[in-house]
Write a new protein. Structure first.
Lengths: 356, 356
């Protein structure tokens, strides 16, 4: 079935190049579109929810706070310090470097579209982007504050933020709080969506994907990748064992690390339950082509290698070079533009320079 | 003479408020403009020189490299890491934090308009922005490379830069070098100029400064600040002892620091000559209102306090609150817009993730 479809696609692509629109090609495209629509959804306008509404005031404040480093104990940490504008919302490191030069245990995932995932962090131990931000305030590896009050003192030492908090949280006696800080940042992050050629395809513009990307999409579904990597973010909607067919480090070259006393066991590190050993959140794949290195420990640098590893580890298949190239072409169609409100960094108010 | 002029300015301002344009006011404005033009110059279009030419290709490459962190040993350092877009080209710290969390001995000056200064660094031990950048590559506190070859290896590990280097340095057998890296970054920095209301004033638009800023300009000249802080960058054209009338730390609250085995002695730290003790480059004052904290050690957080300290330390004068407020109003007229090619951070090519 899949092979027949592919053959038709290739033939029709050649035909199209010569004769323009051809019924056979349209049929194949429409069949692929139908299969894709059953598994994936185009991006919404934003990732707000009834419980997590966004307003222009919240987003503007959150955009400033996202890049604000003075709320951290070493004066260098911010959301934007790990989720950098020049690296598609990552830091281009295998494992991140945080407060006072400490190396973090895992790779930084992109902030783009992350609010659409069903939980945050590789182990899913944060329910949403707001909780992720809030707990980073008191993480020794991130902002480093000993408690929320310490973070709030740093925030209140920058007078220019108070009117912005008052506008974003009207009617509150003391709006400059850690919780509101996290809500504003969450609101901003919920705007950081990156529509890509694949979204135009899902909307019905089958010419938005090239012939090889379509073959790759067909294989991505047919081989089984889409069994886990599906939904609006092409992943991020479930947990799965990393290394279904064998230990992941056999293929990734991952090294043991001290903080985990050996191998990173995923959700087990938090829950300590045996059934959670090596269980990770299935990562979203939007912008995967521009956000190497790959996996929870950044152990694989090249996308074709990461695809090959996943085929073997999760599906027990040795993907051919052609399969890998096609799937990579599809994954490249998940690359969107860097949002303008992220590429352009806001100017921040003065004050709060003394390290507390 | 100065007092008479001031009285005229104040009177004419009141008159203007009531009756519109008045000859006396125009005369006072023109007299102030004439005095200002003898001391200051408006910004040029860019800070290129015949020896340091710029091209669009050089600037585009330099803009990318400015924000590129993978050339550093900890993968976190870049020009943009200390000269941040959200803090007007500074890092909003008293003293900067560099490679692997090490604290630097001095405050980060803004990168804006710095190419117009006659030398770089507080001690002037870098002849231009290109030398400043180049030597940062092998500074243990900055990029941390053991030598230029190590930096070049990191740079060459990111394949996407090669075509950009080839375009910026046509005809070179191996253009991806540390020296070219610094030339490209220098070219970019030479575009980071920030035209301000004071430039419009110098160009003849006397309405570009408000009444208090004009009074402040008059005092800035008359009291003697402009004796050192003059020229196109309102400073940055000479050396001067910091603390002409008394030890600077009496008024700034500066603390002794280990790296200098006591007090920071300015140029003496490099030259070890007694006559260089406490000699610093006179800092440029463009954007001073938005780039606290102040002085080589970031010891003073508020601009009015910094003005007061300078009056006492350098001129032996106790400035009145009114003098300080007027001078601050003038200094605020030196605030320009963040250049678009700096506020918006470019997307960088993938690769080079392995820490060498």
């Amino acid at each position: 079935m899949r092979k027949a479809l592919l053959a038709t696609t290739v033939a029709s692509t050649l035909a199209l190049a010569t004769f323009g629109s051809v019924i056979a090609g349209d049929d194949a495209d429409n069949a692929l579109l139908t299969r894709a629509r059953a598994l994936f959804k185009p991006l919404p306008a934003d990732a707000s929810t009834p419980e997590r509404p966004i307003t222009p005031q919240l987003v503007a404040l959150g955009r400033a706070l996202f890049f604000e480093t003075r709320v951290s104990t070493d004066g260098k940490q911010s959301c934007g310090e790990c989720h950098q504008p020049m690296y598609y919302g990552t830091d281009a490191l295998p494992r991140s470097v945080g407060n006072s030069g400490k190396v973090l245990p895992r790779n930084v995932p992109t902030v783009f579209n992350t609010a659409l995932q069903f939980s945050q962090h590789y182990g899913g131990n944060r329910v949403d982007v707001e909780e992720q931000a809030l707990k980073a305030l008191v993480s020794p590896l991130a902002y480093g504050n000993k408690d929320f009050a310490a973070a709030e003192a740093r925030l209140r030492a920058i007078p220019g933020y108070r009117p912005q908090f008052e506008q974003a949280f009207p009617g509150q006696a003391e709006p400059v709080t850690a919780e509101n800080w996290s809500k504003a940042i969450g609101a901003y992050e919920r705007t950081l969506l990156t529509p890509a050629p694949f979204d135009r395809f899902l909307a019905g513009d089958t010419a938005a994907l090239g012939a090889q990307a379509k073959q790759g999409l067909d294989k991505f579904i047919g081989i089984g990748c889409a069994g886990c990597h599906n939904g609006v973010a092409v992943g991020g909607q479930m947990y799965q064992k990393f290394g279904l067919t064998q230990d992941y480090w056999n293929l990734t070259g991952s090294t043991e690390i001290d903080i985990f006393k050996g191998r990173d066991k995923g959700r087990f590190q938090d829950t300590k339950k045996d059934e959670d050993a090596f269980i990770f959140k299935v990562q979203q794949l939007r912008n995967v082509a521009v956000t190497p290195p790959y996996f929870h420990d950044g152990s694989v640098a090249e996308l074709p290698d990461a695809v090959r590893v996943m085929g073997k580890l999760q599906l027990g298949r040795d993907l051919s070079d052609g399969d890998v190239a096609d799937i990579v072409a599809f994954l490249e169609s998940l690359t969107g533009e860097v949002p303008a409100q992220f590429a352009a960094v806001p100017s921040l108010p003065i004050g709060g320079y003394k390290r507390q």
